[in-house]
Design a protein around this ligand. Structure first.
Ligand code: TXA
Ligand code: MG
Length: 348
């Protein structure tokens, strides 16, 4: 399949939206930037169009998709009701990185969008290109992250091309995404609402608006089935195995040395603070300062993907504080590591 490429500029933006919207309306798949990560979109009312998303990504069909809209009024066409908590959240955080799960009106969306559930995740992204394209298309657009299933989500058009060139109908390039991690998913069909996936809007920010919520991600043990089906798969992972090393600087350095002695080529992905104290090595890269978790979020997926272009056989990273967007950073690192931890306390 030939993938049409657009690079959005001030001069060509309207023409780009018209052409890309036309493909979406015709039942084709088009990737576009949002403020979180790039998404791969298709008409959410068209079963065959949505099937192309699952096919292109190699995504399990029991994992429902988020429906993107340009305007809040659009959601009345497929949502049964909007609970008052959800209304408050929309008022405060839309457009923005918050996906709200609402009760679904039957027979308005393709059934494969929601994987047969009676609820639907909805979001209005805060990105001029996403909003422009959605407004011109005038249809609800189902859009998961535009990566091959299991890989880190794409934060640039180049990442999308790496995974999906030749597998989708179009890619709208418009630089890097701002947040760098996916939207927070909150289930507002429950009382109190429950955060199913931490993301761009923190639990603290949400609770400041609607009071206490439940955090599935925090409370879930490994054995329980997650409510957001997407959270049960190994995700966001680079090719080389990733492990989270929890201990002081000396312990971290020792783990690198031991692995190198075993013949591993070790990639090191750490904060600026830790990087300063480790012996320089070829595949060591900084994520930014611990004092700025939003920088770490912004860079994480790009840096994880970087290792796929190196000969590393193993990647070591460190745990980050679960405050604000740090909660989402750790959630993604945990998933990427598949729960692999090396802890100092257990060694000694
Ligand atoms: O930031 C984002 O949310 C990006 C951009 C493109 O908007 N999209 C994204 O979509 O991350 P995706 O498909 O990679 O993740 C959607 C998550 C999955 O964990 C899925 O299980 C959950 O949302 N989800 C969607 N609909 C749901 C529903 N009705 N009930 C529970 N979980 C749902
Ligand atoms: Mg995804």
């Amino acid at each position: 399949m030939e993938t049409k490429i657009w690079h959005v500029t001030k001069e060509n933006e309207i023409q780009t939206y018209l052409e890309a919207a036309k493909l979406l309306q015709a039942g084709e798949t088009v990737a576009f930037p949002t403020e979180t990560v790039y998404g791969i979109g298709a008409d959410a009312t068209n079963e065959q169009a949505v099937a192309k998303i699952y096919e292109a990504k190699g995504r399990p069909s029991d994992n429902p998709l988020i429906v993107h809209v340009a305007d809040q009024s659009q959601i009345h066409e497929f949502v049964q009701k909007i609970p008052s908590n959800a209304k408050k959240l929309m008022k405060e955080f839309w457009p923005g990185p918050l996906t709200i799960i609402l009760p679904l009106q039957p027979e308005r969306l393709a059934t494969n969008v929601t994987a047969g559930l009676d609820s639907v995740g909805v979001r209005m992204p805060e990105h001029p290109v996403a909003l422009g394209l959605l407004a011109v298309a005038g249809i609800p657009v189902a859009a998961p992250s535009a990566n091959q299933s299991g890989k880190p989500s794409p934060t640039s058009g180049e990442h999308v091309a790496e995974d999906l060139l030749g597998r989708i109908s179009g890619i709208v390039f418009a630089g890097k995404t701002g947040v760098g991690l996916e939207s927070t998913v909150i289930d507002c069909t429950l009382e109190p609402p429950a955060i199913l996936r931490p993301g761009g809007i923190s639990q603290e920010e949400i609770e400041a608006v609607i009071g206490p919520v439940i955090s599935e991600a925090k409370e879930m043990t490994q054995q329980e089935a997650p409510k957001a089906p997407g959270m049960k798969y190994t995700h966001y992972a680079p090719k080389a195995p990733l492990a989270i090393v929890k201990g002081d600087t000396t312990f971290f350095q020792k783990q690198i040395d031991l692995a190198e002695k075993r013949g591993e080529v070790v990639g090191v992905l750490v904060s600026d603070e830790l990087e300063e104290h480790l012996r320089k090595s070829e595949y060591m890269i900084g994520l930014g300062s611990k004092a700025h978790p939003e920088e770490i979020a912004y860079r994480l997926y790009d840096r994880l993907r970087y290792f796929d272009h190196t000969p590393v056989t193993l990647i070591y990273t460190e745990p980050f504080e679960k405050v604000g967007i740090g909660e989402a950073v750790m959630n993604r690192l945990d998933k990427a590591a598949g729960g692999r931890y090396i802890k100092q306390s257990e060694e000694n």
